[in-house]
Design a protein around this ligand. Structure first.
Ligand code: ATP
Ligand code: MG
Length: 125
């Protein structure tokens, strides 16, 4: 199975530098050294240059290291929708949880973040 997947996954050409940056970021994220922590990688390029393909490889490498993966898409159409990306990222993790768990997860932000992300109804009054 693994062998078959390896064979059917297309080779990425000319992405050595980008993948090195990805691996370094994942090292920092998952490592135990002093240089541990989160980071931001921004990938940009003209239409069709391979952004989605590269992101798929980023996801694959993150999951291979047992990272929790949250994903969202935003585009021009969605710019007017409040919290569009935040909702996509967080709703799947928290939707359907009992109120007590939501309150524990969101702490003092519950009344603000909960309704904004569609996790609970806004407080009355
Ligand atoms: N590094 C690569 N090596 C070989 N093929 C690639 C590479 N990157 C992308 N491709 C191929 O090029 C095509 C376009 O890639 P992709 O859809 O990832 O581009 P994109 O930048 O996301 O495009 P868009 O701007 O339209 O969203 C796909 O068929 C993909 O398989
Ligand atoms: Mg794309």
């Amino acid at each position: 199975m693994t062998e078959r997947r390896t064979r059917t996954r297309r080779t990425l050409f000319e992405r050595e530098a980008e993948l090195l940056a990805v691996d370094e970021a994942l090292d920092r994220l998952t490592g135990s050294g002093p240089d541990t922590g989160g980071g931001l990688l921004a990938l940009s390029g003209p239409a069709g240059l391979g952004k989605t393909t590269l992101l798929a490889e980023v996801r694959r490498r993150a999951l291979a290291r047992s990272c929790t993966l949250l994903a969202a898409r935003g585009g021009e159409q969605e710019q007017s929708q409040p919290f569009h990306v935040a909702r996509q990222l967080i709703q799947p993790q928290l939707a359907g949880r009992p109120e007590a768990e939501l309150r524990a997860a969101l702490g003092s932000w519950y009344a603000i973040v909960g309704p904004a992300l569609g996790l609970c109804a806004p407080a009355q009054g």
